[in-house]
Design a protein around this ligand. Structure first.
Ligand code: ATP
Ligand code: LTN
Length: 334
C-alpha cells in the first residue's frame, strides 16, 4: 500500500513502432486503472538490450514511449512514469533474485525460446534471465496488480513463484502480484492475417495500425483488412477477420461485441470497415494531438523524467534495503 492505495506496476519496451494492439491490449487498461491504484509505468530500456539496439535509436524511442504514455492519458503528476535504467535497484534486485530462480524454470519460458530462435546469433545470458529482471521490476514496488496482454502470463506466474519462494525462506518480504488482463482487446490480430497477433515487428506495414499513422492511412488499412466471403457481420470463430474488426470497433467505441453486431446488422463490409477506421481515428487523433504538444515542451518532459525517477528510486530502495538485510548483506554505515 502506498498513500492508502494498492500498487500497480507495468512496463513496455521501447523497441519498434507501437501498434493499436499495444494500445488496446495494454495502455488503454493502464489509463482506466490509474485512478484506483498507485501506479508505476516504466519504459523498460534495460530489457531492450537483450536484443542488439542502435544506441541513438533506443534513446529516441525511449523518450517517445514516455511521451506516448502521457499522450495516452496517464497524468505524470499522479502516475510514476520513468525509465527503468534510471533506478539502479532494478539491476540490484535482479541479481539477488537470479540466485533464487532455477535454470529449469527459465528454460521453460516460451518467449525465450521464440526470441532465441529469432536471434540465433546472439543468445546472450540477459535474454535467458529476462524474466528475472521483470520479476525484480514488479517486486521492487510491492505491486498488487500487473496489467499485461495474454502473452506475458507465463512471466507473471514465474514472478509469483519467485516471490513465494523468497517469502517462504525469509518471511513476508514481497507482495505476491496478480495479473490483470482486460476483457476487450486483450489480443488484437493482424489486419492481413487474422490468425496472427498484430505485432510491431511485422514486416508488412498494412498488417498493423501504428499509433502515429495519419487518418487517411488508417482508413486505407481498415478498408484493405482481410475478411471473408460470408457477407454477414457476426462475432464468431469462423470469421476471424470480421471478429477482429468487431473487437477493434468495440474497444475503440466502448461498446460490447454484441452491441456492435446489433448496430451493424444487415450492413455491408465496406460500410463497417469505414466505421472501424473512424472509430480508430477518434481514439488516435486526440492522442496524436497531445503528443505533438508534448514534443514542443522539452523542459516539462525533462522535469517529469527527473522527478519521477526520484520517486521510483525512493520506493525501490526501501524494498531493496529490506531484501539485502534479509539475505545477510552487512548494514551500511551512515
Ligand atoms: P513484438 O511484436 O516485437 O513481439 P509486441 O507488439 O508484442 O512486440 P511488447 O512490447 O512485447 O509488444 O508488448 C507490450 C504490451 O502490449 C504487452 O503487455 C503485450 O501483452 C501487449 N500487446 C502486444 N501486442 C498486442 C496485441 N496484438 N493485442 C493485445 N495486446 C498486445
Ligand atoms: N516483458 C514485458 C515488458 C515488461 C513488463 C515488466 C511488463 C518488462 N517488465 C513488468 C509488466 C511488468 C513485455 O515484453 N511486454
Amino acid at each position: 500500500m502506498i498513500n492508502g492505495k494498492k500498487v500497480l506496476f507495468s512496463g513496455m519496451q521501447a523497441t519498434g513502432n507501437l501498434t493499436l494492439g499495444n494500445y488496446l491490449g495494454a495502455m488503454k487498461n493502464w489509463v482506466t486503472l490509474s485512478d484506483e491504484y498507485e501506479c508505476f509505468y516504466s519504459v523498460v530500456d534495460m530489457h531492450s538490450i537483450t536484443v542488439r539496439q542502435d544506441p541513438s535509436t533506443l534513446r529516441q524511442r525511449a523518450r517517445k514511449l514516455l511521451m506516448i504514455y502521457i499522450a495516452a492519458g496517464l497524468d505524470p503528476e499522479k502516475n510514476c512514469l520513468y525509465y527503468q535504467s534510471h533506478v539502479s535497484g532494478h539491476a540490484e534486485l535482479a541479481w539477488i533474485l537470479n540466485c533464487f530462480t532455477y535454470m529449469g524454470e527459465l528454460n521453460r519460458m516460451t518467449q525465450f525460446k521464440d526470441k532465441a530462435a529469432k536471434h540465433a546469433d546472439n543468445i546472450n545470458a540477459g535474454l535467458f534471465t529476462y524474466p528475472v529482471l521483470m520479476a525484480a521490476d514488479i517486486l521492487l514496488y510491492q505491486a498488487d496488480v500487473v496489467p499485461v496482454g495474454v502473452d506475458q502470463m507465463q512471466h507473471l506466474e514465474l514472478t509469483r513463484d519467485i516471490a513465494q519462494r523468497f517469502n517462504g525462506i525469509y518471511g513476508d518480504v514481497f507482495t505476491v502480484p496478480e495479473a490483470y488482463v482486460g476483457k476487450v482487446g486483450a489480443k488484437i490480430m493482424s489486419l492481413q492475417d487474422p490468425s496472427r497477433k498484430m505485432s510491431k515487428s511485422d514486416e508488412n506495414p498494412n498488417a498493423s495500425i501504428y499509433l502515429m499513422d495519419d487518418p487517411d492511412t488508417i482508413m486505407r488499412k481498415c478498408k484493405r483488412a482481410v475478411t471473408d466471403s460470408e457477407g454477414q457481420i457476426l462475432y464468431r470463430e469462423e470469421q476471424p477477420g470480421i471478429r477482429n474488426l468487431i473487437d477493434i470497433y468495440s474497444a475503440c467505441s466502448g461498446k460490447t461485441p454484441e452491441e456492435t453486431v446489433k448496430e451493424f446488422d444487415g450492413k455491408g463490409y465496406g460500410e463497417f470497415k469505414m466505421a472501424v477506421g473512424e472509430a480508430v481515428n477518434s481514439v488516435l487523433k486526440p492522442l496524436q494531438e497531445r503528443y505533438a504538444q508534448l514534443e514542443k515542451d522539452k523542459a516539462y518532459i525533462d522535469r517529469i523524467i527527473k522527478e519521477n525517477a526520484e520517486k521510483a528510486d525512493y520506493v525501490a530502495t526501501k524494498t531493496l534495503r529490506k531484501v539485502q538485510r534479509k539475505v545477510g548483506f552487512p548494514d551500511r554505515i551512515r
